[in-house]
Design a protein around this ligand. Sequence first.
Ligand SMILES: C=CC1=C(C)c2cc3[nH]c(cc4nc(cc5[nH]c(cc1n2)c(C)c5CCC(=O)O)C(CCC(=O)O)=C4C)c(C)c3C=C
Ligand SMILES: [Fe+2]
Ligand SMILES: [Fe+2]
Length: 336
Amino acid sequence: MAKKGILLVNLGTPDSPEVKDVRKYLDQFLMDERVIDIPKLNRTLLVKGIIVPFRSPKTSKLYKKIWNEKGSPLLYYSEQQAKMLQDRLGSEYQVELAMRYQSPSIEGALENLKKGLVSSIKVIPLFPQYASASTGSVLQLVMELLSKWPTIPPVSFVNSFHDNDLMLEIFADNARKHGVENYDHVLFSFHGLPQRQMTKSDHTGKYCLKVNNCCENYNNANKFCYSAQCHNTAKLLAEKLELSRENYSVCYQSRLGKEPWIQPYTTDVLKKLAADGKKRLLVFSPAFVADCLETIYEITVEYNEEFKELGGEHVQLVESLNTDARFIEVLAEMSI
Ligand SMILES: C=CC1=C(C)c2cc3[nH]c(cc4nc(cc5[nH]c(cc1n2)c(C)c5CCC(=O)O)C(CCC(=O)O)=C4C)c(C)c3C=C
Ligand SMILES: [Fe+2]
Ligand SMILES: [Fe+2]
C-alpha cells in the first residue's frame, strides 16, 4: 500500500556557526518577503547592504556559544523529533524533515516524498502559533514547489496548534520540575514580530490595536493573530499551573530593527519586575518546540545577566518540548 507523506518543517539554522554560513542563512531568511515585508529593492538594500554584513559576525559568535558536538540544537532536536515520529507512525508513513531556510531543504524533502510514491502529503510547520513570517512562509513555499509538479497529490496543512492540550501539559510539567512556587513571577516570552505584521492579519480591519487589549481574548476577529494566539497559549498554561493574572506576564523577545514590534518587550518587563523587587523568574518560551539560540542563549544567558544587573537573582528557562515522547504523540495526532 502507498505510504502517507508527512513533512515536518522548522525555521532553520546555519550549516555551521562560521560567519560565511551565518551570512548565507541570514541572507536567505531575511530576504524572504514574508519576513522583511517591504518592497524588494528596499529589502535588498537593507538586508544585503546593512543587516547581513553587520549582523553576521555578531550572530556567528552567538551560534558558536550554543553549537555542540551534535551541531545546532534546533536541527538536532528537529531530526530527533522526525525520527521518533517515523518510529511512532510505522511503515504506513514516510516522515521527512525540512528547514524553511538552509538545510535540509523543503525542495529536497518534497522530492524524497515524491520518490517514496506517497499517496498524500501532510505539512506540519513546527510553530505552535501562526505567523505569516513563520507558518505562512512555509505554506507558501510548499505550495509554490508543489504547483510545479505534474500531479499534485492530496495535500493538507496544519495551521497552528497553540492550544493543543498535550503540548501545554508538557510545558507545564517542565515548569513543575522547577517548582513554580519557588519563583516570584512567571514570564511567557514569545519570539517577537513587527507590529505591522500583526495588524495585517486582522481581516476585519477594525480590531487589532483598535480595540483595548485586543489580543487578550482569543476570538473570531483575532483568530489568525500571532499575538492573540500567544496570549491564548499563555492563558491556558497559566490555568494549568493555577497562576493568578498578577503572577504572570506575556512578553516578546528578539526584536530586530527600529520599527515597533509587538509589546511589551521582554527586556522592558525584566526592568519593571526588578524595580518591583522580584528576584526569581521562571521563563517559558512556548513559540518554539525545541530549544534553540533564542532560548539557550537569549533567555538563559542574556536575560540572566540583564536581570542580575538590575538587582534580580535568577532567570530560569522552562525546557522546550525537545524529545519528550508526548510531543511525538502530539505530532502523531496531527499526522493522522
Ligand atoms: C516562532 C517562530 C518565529 C517567528 C515568528 C520569527 C520571526 C522573525 N524572526 C526574525 C529574525 C531572526 N530570528 C532569528 C532566529 C530564530 N527565529 C526563530 C523563529 C521565529 N522567527 C527561531 C527558531 C530562531 C533560532 C534559530 C536557531 O538556529 O536556533 C534570527 C537569527 C539570530 C539572530 O541573528 O538574532 C533572526 C535574525 C524576524 C525579522 C522575524 C519576523 C519578521
Ligand atoms: Fe526569528
Ligand atoms: Fe491583536
